[in-house]
Design a protein around this ligand. Sequence first.
Ligand code: GRF
Length: 195
Amino acid sequence: MPKLALFASGNGSNFQAIVDAVNKGQLDAEIPLLICDQKNAYVLERAAKANIEAHTFTFKDYGTKQAFEEAIVSLCQRHDIDYIILAGYMRIIGNTLLEAYQGRIINIHPSLLPSFPGLHAIEQAFEKGVKITGITVHYVDEGVDSGPIIAQAAVDIREDDTIETLTERMHETEHELYPKTIARLLETKGRKICK
Ligand code: GRF
């Protein structure tokens, strides 16, 4: 069974959707680890409820990005992790993680990339007045939201939408797309052995 480490910084609704999909038998994977970088994040409560081991790495406890990521890589390797799944993890992934898990780090972003990368993507699309936005699942590379695209789903922006109503539909779409995309990817690629 492929082993996933989920990385999150906040609410963790995507974390929850992936855990639920595993529990319902819709995603054949194990989730031995949650990696979090914020000690008060709500996702930590979700992990506790789901009986998933959670580790919080506070960046300022480490001198450099390299030292911070080395600690994370070492924990992931101890758990024999195959794929890293970013689910609202608000840090740019550096070389240490990228080299250890080359081609095996996946992210979800709330826009139709390459439009609206970076922070506040839902607001960016709404304010620009585009009529269709959506969700992208992609591989992580050294850039910001720039890696190869794996899957996308469109979300219409309606005349009467507010940021709140649009955000709600965006999240619903994420929760459907992310577990399905991971399941498909694992079926195609199978389990890869860590370096
Ligand atoms: C999602 O919108 C995701 O696309 C983005 O961060 C948000 C995380 O939400 N990368 P949640 O913590 O999973 O609820």
